[in-house]
Design a protein around this ligand. Structure first.
Ligand code: FES
Ligand code: FES
Length: 159
């Protein structure tokens, strides 16, 4: 076991973990950050997506040691002072989920997109979100939510 320091959602957290563990396991099982979901465990579904230095990253296939010295943002870190991020709010407003299992990963991938491209076209949205799987098939509403979030970003609300 190693004593690692991870920067998660703006706070340094000490965690005992072995270097072979993946980031998803550390987040969920050692730090109780269960908003990040385990789907396939093979980097194929996007349910476990978090941001590492702003980049959407599959935490299930990322060794925890690769996350040391990066800024990790999980779904729990998007809300600020009780206010949801524009992407979170847009998903809620559009009802862009059924079971919700894919939602954290979708929101973090969409957040990455909108930080890089404030007004993506539908084609850009679909292309960017392609690696995130929704077994409930709520894709049309997810695209709609991202469009809605891009409009609130235009009003200065994105983060
Ligand atoms: S659980 Fe990580 S990509 Fe599916
Ligand atoms: S809402 Fe169920 S997997 Fe997407």
């Amino acid at each position: 076991m190693d004593n690692l320091v991870l920067s998660i959602n703006g706070r340094n957290q000490h965690v005992l973990a072995s270097a072979e563990e993946n980031l998803l396991t550390v987040l969920r099982d050692r730090l109780a950050l269960t908003g990040t979901k385990y789907g396939c465990g093979e980097g194929q579904c996007g349910a476990c997506t978090v941001l590492l230095d702003g980049r959407a990253t599959r935490s299930c296939i990322t060794p925890v040691t690769a996350a040391v010295s990066t800024k990790i943002i999980t779904i729990e870190g998007l809300e600020q002072n009780g206010v949801l991020s524009p992407v979170q709010q847009a998903f809620l407003d559009e009802g862009a989920f059924q079971c919700g299992y894919c939602t954290s990963g979708m929101i973090l991938s969409a957040t990455e997109l909108l930080r890089a491209t404030q007004h993506p076209t539908e084609e850009q949205i679909v292309k960017h979100m392609n690696g995130n799987i929704c077994r409930c098939g709520t894709y049309p509403r997810i695209v709609q939510a991202i469009k809605r979030a891009s409009q609130s970003a235009a009003k200065g609300g994105n983060r």
